[in-house]
Design a binder for this molecule. Structure first.
Ligand code: UT7
Length: 331
């Protein structure tokens, strides 16, 4: 059986730091509220002239280098993003032109913060079907471009960043993607949305004046959804891989709120060392939060060849899903 193996991982975060103290000077909020309600202390913000594709280029080049693969050897590009450079063409097309001299097909996937998991699932299926051998799966979001810094209920949450992996086909590797699970319930579509700028509500003087080009979120409703979606994603992903919670070496959850991660930890009786958390330093970076967390545990040596990882996310849509990976890059 052909399986998709992660042969390279790369990330990028902008240099500029926005701390809770900076936010205190900008709006009616305070460090104590932000830390106790979310776990966030600081986040990274891209520069004004730095777009989603610029961050995607950095993360992609790092992943390609890590895999020892040239961009020209990539067969397909998937970019998970909610903040494309432009509504069209795709950020995948812009990324391709920046990293490769030869054409490569590619597509954007838009599935809220679950986008990267959707992208991995699609890439893995393409590889298993024999359609492509090497796929670059990128996550890049510049949420600061759609965050309303006059709305304290959302402004404190989000940051910018990018991550990427190279997935390669192998018929013999003991490592790779063991399962994927995707789900979505559009009844919750308006609970987290960017109202204007699409075909429903095209950009106009009114939409700009009403601040409808910034994301709107019903925080409490999304929170209630998340504490159910996260455990479902973990359980279903493991079930599809023929594994149980006892087999899981590490949970790499979407970093949206420390309290949501802690609730999942308690539900599964997981110890601190089995759950990756870095929300403190990056806030919620949407699609990029899982690759950023993954890179961190690889850097600090916690990620070992053979480790069973569960990557689990939820987000706008509402969407949720997971992928179970046996870590290792041998193909
Ligand atoms: O990846 C995308 C998915 N998104 C999420 O996962 C977000 C899920 N939701 C959450 O994480 C939480 O709902 C929030 C962190 C967004 C909010 O936390 P909460 O505990 O649900 O707070 P709340 O919205 O119920 O607000 C409580 C109070 C309110 O004041 P009153 O009405 O009780 O007087 C808010 O006005 O906190 C106030 N408040 C703030 N105070 C200081 C809201 N934002 C702030 C703020 N600073 N930044």
């Amino acid at each position: 059986m052909i399986r998709a193996v992660v042969t390279g991982l790369g990330i990028y975060v902008p240099e500029r730091i926005l701390s809770n103290q900076d936010l205190e000077r900008m709006m009616d909020t305070n460090d104590e509220w932000i830390v106790s309600r979310t776990g966030i202390r600081e986040r990274r913000l891209a520069h004004e002239n730095e777009a989603t594709s610029d961050m995607a280029v950095e993360a992609s080049q790092a992943a390609l280098k890590d895999a020892g693969v040239k961009a020209e050897e990539i067969d397909f590009i998937v970019v998970a993003t909610n903040t494309p450079d432009t509504v069209f063409p795709s950020t995948a097309a812009r990324l391709q032109a920046r990293i490769s001299d030869t054409p490569i097909p590619g597509v954007d996937v838009q599935a809220g913060c679950t986008g990267w998991i959707y992208g991995i699932s699609m890439a893995s299926a393409m590889i298993q079907a024999g359609q492509y051998r090497r796929v670059l799966v990128v996550a890049s979001d510049k949420l600061s471009s759609i965050t309303d810094y006059e709305d304290r209920s959302t402004a404190v949450l989000f940051g910018d960043g990018a991550g990427a992996i190279v997935l390669e086909a192998s018929a013999t590797s003991p490592y790779g993607i063991l399962s994927t699970y995707l789900n979505a319930d559009g009844r919750g579509a308006d609970l987290l949305a960017l109202p204007a700028g699409g075909s429903r509500w095209p950009a106009s003087k009114d939409t700009v004046e009403s601040r409808l080009h910034f994301l709107k979120m019903s925080g409490n409703d999304v929170f209630r959804f998340a504490v159910k979606a996260m455990p479902d994603a973990v359980e279903e992903g493991l079930k599809r891989a023929g594994l149980t919670v006892q087999d899981m070496d590490m949970l790499v959850p979407h970093q949206a709120n420390q309290r949501i991660i802690d609730a999942a930890m308690r539900q599964f009786g997981l110890s601190e060392d089995k759950v990756v958390k870095n929300i403190e330093r990056y806030g919620n970076t949407s699609v990029a939060s899982i690759p950023l967390a993954l890179d961190e545990v690889r850097q600090d040596g916690r990620l070992k060849a053979g480790s069973v990882l569960v990557l689990a996310a939820f987000g706008a849509g509402l969407t949720w899903g997971s992928t179970v990976i046996r870590w290792g890059d041998e193909v």
